[in-house]
Design a protein around this ligand. Structure first.
Ligand code: R2B
Ligand code: URA
Length: 309
């Protein structure tokens, strides 16, 4: 049976910076953050990123550029109109923008793409000696039993086998890491929702699938070997487990931020109600509008923190 690693998250340094548990890193003269196009020799990471307080990740380069733009307006930063620079342009994989204390970075689709970026971001904030950084995923998803356009703040991650773990083969054996999220941040983020919002914001479990089609019980992929009633009964099982939405990163995002001792939250907008269908039918205008919703919620959280300081 795969080994479970329920161990406690690694403690931070006393100044709030992230202590990396990997001893081998100390033997490196230079650490190359290959997918970011940055390294510890040619870049002064503490000078570039030492003031980072929030790392916000989301699927697409375009959306994360918009997020950076939006945050610079929300925080009323002096350089808010200026052209944003993609700090990872040498890698050509992801896009990363810095606005004040916020890093806005794209992670692509699915766990392997997201964890590649996430692990380099964890090293980046550690090398930069950023103090008590909080990580967010602002994303999109399919909803269960809530109107399309709703926002879900994840309370836990669930894998495709209905377990609250991120499972990954390591040295030929499957290892299992608990997909636990910080309850306090989850509630604080949820409390940023307002009755005057034109959308609902819910707390719930999030299933992370390794596939968009069969892995999410869709009937509209190129392959489908189950019936509509099989699909509906699976979605019902998810609902009964407290799952409110389905996306493709929540387990690994929760597990790795927890292992690093980093507080984190996942905030996604639902593009459809999966109990009513599988295709993403709303217009591009509508989807663009909806994608701003997690940014609005997280933007309020960040603004509130910056006000307090
Ligand atoms: C949500 O949307 C993407 C798939 O369309 C994926 O990254 C996810 O989690
Ligand atoms: N992203 C997903 O992973 N699933 C959906 O249904 C919509 C967006």
């Amino acid at each position: 049976w795969p080994q479970m690693n329920p161990g406690k998250p690694f403690p931070k340094n006393s100044d709030g910076s992230i202590k990396l548990p990997n001893k081998h890193l100390q033997e490196l003269d230079v650490d190359i953050l290959y997918h970011l196009g940055l390294d510890t020799h040619n870049h002064d990471l503490p000078a570039m990123f030492g003031d980072v307080k929030f790392v916000c990740m989301g699927g697409t380069k375009h959306r994360m550029r918009e997020f950076a733009q939006y945050i610079s307006e929300v925080l009323n930063l002096p350089n808010k109109g200026e052209k944003l620079v993609n700090l990872t342009k040498h890698s050509q994989r992801y896009a990363m923008y810095k606005v004040g204390p916020v890093l806005s970075v794209s992670h692509g689709i699915g766990i392997p793409s997201m964890t590649t970026l996430l692990q380099e971001m964890i090293k980046l904030v550690s090398y930069a000696k950023a103090k008590d950084p909080i990580f967010f995923r602002v994303g999109t998803c399919g909803g269960l039993n809530i109107p399309a356009g709703s926002v879900v703040v994840s309370s836990f991650g669930l894998n495709g086998n209905l377990e609250k773990t991120y499972d990954v083969p390591v040295l030929g054996k499957t290892r299992r890491f608990p997909a636990i999220l910080d309850t306090r941040v989850c509630q604080e983020v949820h409390s940023m929702a307002s009755h005057s919002d034109n959308f609902g914001t819910y707390i719930g479990g999030t299933m992370a699938a390794d596939d968009f089609y069969r892995g999410q019980a869709r009937l509209d992929g190129p392959f489908c070997d189950y019936s509509e009633s099989d699909k509906m009964s699976f979605l019902k099982t998810l609902t009964n487990l407290g799952v409110r939405n389905i996306e493709m990163e929540a387990t690994a995002f929760s597990a790795f931020t927890r292992e690093a001792g980093i507080r984190a939250s996942i905030v996604c907008v639902t593009f459809l109600n999966r109990l009513q269908g599988d295709q993403v039918t709303p217009s591009k205008t509508m989807l663009t509008e909806w994608q701003k919703r997690p940014m609005i919620i997280v933007g309020r959280y960040i603004a509130k923190y910056c006000e307090k300081k």
